[in-house]
Design a protein around this ligand. Structure first.
Ligand code: N01
Length: 497
């Protein structure tokens, strides 16, 4: 270990990076730095500021249990309020001085002799760190679709995750490509301002109504005065979502109930049988992310809105040409087409023991042990890593479990002055064989195309179980799972705070 190395490098100042930093600090590990490529914290909630951007998981569950917020204004909060929550955590925890903005990590490499990672930064001196936490997020790189002619389009192009707030939609003819979680939130807002909106749907999703109510001042005061009431509400949401897993994670009779609720919602909101047919999914509910919206179907039926289900053939200088030969002309095209998710790659080169490259090892689909560590890459930890995605619950419940595990592992390493913790390959292999076997029975692997799967159908994204099982497996670090390398030099000072 070199004297100039830091104990922990955290890559990314989104929910995961900020949460990890706070929990490290709570446990007395203060020698960490957060590298953030942007100039603000917030990750996906900083980037996704499109009109209508909100979370489709109740805020009381879509927050950290160690940072409860009695002031959520609604059951489901908007992106501005979520970003405020993240900023509030940064402020109250005092971690702001440890964030290095405009620091883009371009690669990390492990030095097995020193037991350190070299963190390479774009245009800056590299930094040495004993441990690294990858918190760069799976949904951080906006993805424009690979549609022929996309560069020839001469009008205005906006991606949902890079919204152009200076663009005035008033009087404009607008296209929205994509009808996933982002698309169904954007369309209801755009129909209020644009002259016309055409929505290009490739696959209709299952839409469930979302009842979003304001939290009264009295309830907020109760949450503040009696925090246990807030915990009870969080628990109620938690167990409610756990019960939904029975129909969303596994294709079961409960899935048919979810589908029946969605179809009843469609029937209630859409009277035109042809439009209904166009909006009816042909895959098991849950296979793609369930869409939560009570205003999407009404918006599609607004006088200035039209659903287009003909496949897109290409973009032309004036707009979008569909396969039956019609050219739809637009002033602006909004792409709600999702993200480049690293399912079979890494966001930048990650070099482990003996020069092994993680991107090469993951080329058939990413894998890890319990989603947080990969054999051959000691002292490197992932948040939102392989097979950590929830289909039915809050990503933050999963993230908090990852963070607690990571903080325990790092704390143990630093406390004992060990050089490295490297998960044993046979332990990792056994875990993944089990994960892939269990995934075969899930809705996600039941035949639809989604961002959860690689092009070959490998599921490197989702966790096939209840949140309770996921959290339980990360409750404690079992050192028997690891090869421990003890530092060669004895008597080194411990790096814990
Ligand atoms: O992206 P998506 P998203 N031609 O990948 C279509 C999270 N999130 O930004 O279904 C035409 O889900 C594509 O069509 P198809 C959440 O985890 C959370 O909406 O592949 N269409 C689909 O309709 C979510 O899962 C919240 O056939 C094309 C859409 O674009 C994730 O972000 C809110 C196309 C992409 O849907 C991503 O959601 C928002 C093409 N070439 C987002 N390429 C919360 O509330 C793609 N599409 C927490």
């Amino acid at each position: 270990m070199t004297s100039s190395s830091i104990s922990v490098a955290i890559i990314g100042a989104g929910f995961a990076g900020i949460g990890a930093a706070i929990r490290l600090q709570d446990e007395g590990v203060t020698d960490f730095v957060i590298f953030e490529r942007d100039c603000r914290v917030g990750g996906t909630w900083r980037d996704n500021t499109y009109p209508g951007a909100a979370c489709d998981i109740p805020s009381r569950l879509y927050s950290y249990s160690f940072a409860p917020n009695p002031d959520w204004s609604h059951t489901y909060s908007g992106s501005t309020e979520i970003l405020k929550y993240i900023n509030g955590m940064v402020e109250s925890s005092g971690i702001a001085p440890k964030i290095r903005f405009d620091h883009t990590v371009v690669g990390i490499a492990y030095d097995a002799v020193a037991g350190e990672w070299t963190v390479d930064l774009d245009g800056r001196e590299p930094v040495r760190a004993r441990t690294v936490i990858m918190a760069s997020g799976p949904l951080s790189n906006a993805s424009f679709p690979d549609i022929p002619g996309i560069d020839t389009y001469a009008g205005h192009k906006i991606h949902s995750a890079r919204w152009d707030h200076d663009y005035d939609f008033g009087g404009k003819r607008v296209a929205v490509v994509g009808t996933g979680a982002s698309g169904v939130q954007i369309v209801p807002e755009l129909v209020k301002t644009a002259k016309s909106v055409k929505v290009f749907q490739r696959t209709p999703g299952w839409v469930l109504p979302r009842a979003n109510s304001a939290t009264s001042g009295r309830l907020k005061r109760l949450y503040r005065a009696l925090p246990v009431t807030q915990n009870l509400m969080r628990s109620a949401w938690y167990w409610g979502h756990e019960s939904v897993a029975l129909g969303v994670v596994w294709d079961s009779p409960v899935t048919r109930v979810v589908e029946a609720i969605s179809i009843a919602n469609l029937r209630r909101q859409v009277k035109d049988p042809w439009l209904r047919r166009q909006l009816t999914p042909d895959f098991a509910a849950g296979c793609k992310r369930l869409l939560m919206s009570s205003d999407y179907y009404p918006a599609l039926q607004a006088d200035n809105c039209k659903l287009v289900t003909w496949p897109i053939a290409r973009l032309s200088p004036n707009g979008i040409r569909t396969v039956e030969g019609i050219e739809h002309q637009f002033d602006c095209i909004v792409f709600a087409t999702g993200f480049d998710v690293c399912k079979a790659a890494t966001p930048f080169p990650v070099t482990g023991i003996d020069g092994r490259e993680l991107a090469a090892e993951w080329s058939g689909g990413a894998y890890a042990y319990r989603s947080v560590v990969v054999s051959g890459y000691p002292n490197l930890y992932f948040t939102f890593g392989p097979n950590s995605g929830p289909g039915h619950s809050s990503a933050l419940v999963y993230m908090e479990a990852q963070i607690n595990y990571i903080v325990e592992a790092i704390g143990t390493l630093l406390r004992f002055g060990w050089k490295s913790l490297d998960v044993r390959p046979e332990v990792q292999d056994g875990y993944n064989a089990d994960i892939q076997r269990r995934l075969r029975a899930t809705t996600w692997n039941s035949g639809c195309q989604s961002w959860y799967l690689t092009d070959d159908g490998f599921n490197a994204t989702m966790y096939p179980g209840f949140a309770t099982q996921y959290v339980k497996q990360l409750k404690t670090v079992n050192l028997a799972d690891y090869t421990i390398t003890v530092a060669q030099t004895s008597g080194e000072p411990l790096a814990t705070g």
